[in-house]
Ligand binder design. Sequence first.
Ligand code: 1HE
Length: 270
Amino acid sequence: MTSELRPAEGLLGQMSMLRIETDGPVVHLRLNRPDKRNALNETLVRELQTAFVNLPKEARVAVLSGEGAHFSAGLDLSEVTEQSVAEGIVHSRKWHAAFDLIQFGPVPVIAVLHGAVVGGGLELAATAHLRVAEASSFYGLPEGQRGIFVGGSGSARIPRLMGVSRMTDMMLTGRVFDAAEGQAAGLSNYLVGEGEGLKKALELARKIATNAPLSNYAITQALPRIAEMAPAEGLFVESLMSAIAQGDEAAKKRVRDFLEKRAGKVGKSS
Ligand code: 1HE
């Protein structure tokens, strides 16, 4: 199935550290800095931002993976040593801007994890809406050992996946979670065999791409925000989102299809 992916054209085909391919509604972005274990330097973070701002119009789902033996070794540590405090803040805010565009961009994002998913690599993985982990995946937050702190939105996103307590343990003690522990802790949604992650992610992506775009948008944009609101405000926003989604012609057609026996039942393919 992966052979249907074709190199992206135009701007998306010209990235130096991201290899981007498309297959109709699916865009596959691959971190392409394997010699440095896909460590995230300024260029790579900027290219991620540019790519997510400029996804093709027909894109409905994005898949994010890493070239080589690891998803990502996190922050490029060679950038830290010369940074002043003020530059450090600006640097972190650039990551926030880029990573926000991934989580709150136009399409659902599925990350394919393998090997090291550490530090900023785990922060990046946490921006995705779904994570498919291969058996080799391992998760670490070595910031404590490096004398630094998460700066790529990890403190806001990772506890929402695994809880503050587990994240604190990883950061204080350097504890590393293997793929099975990561799955049990909520870091991944799917755990698959080695080399099977991209296939699984593409399969999920093609399925998600058949949903009504407005439903996908509500699920990835409204749901996480509502979950952060106080219930009274959240329920009001939910009522608006649900009315907007139901009012869309795509929803009306899908509901009619079910009522007139043209659509699949839950748990059975249509
Ligand atoms: C790097 C980086 C990096 C590798 N920055 N250059 N992240 C870390 O603390 C993780 C540090 N990396 C590692 O622990 C290991 O590299 C791995 C377990 C990920 C992979 O091990 P391995 O044996 O496959 O590779 P390697 O031999 O350690 O590294 C290959 C090259 O990549 C080598 O460079 P070379 O020029 O000697 O070939 C490494 O120096 C380079 N490399 N990782 C720079 N991270 C927004 S705040 C986020 C805060 C954080 O992310 S903290 C966590 C940082």
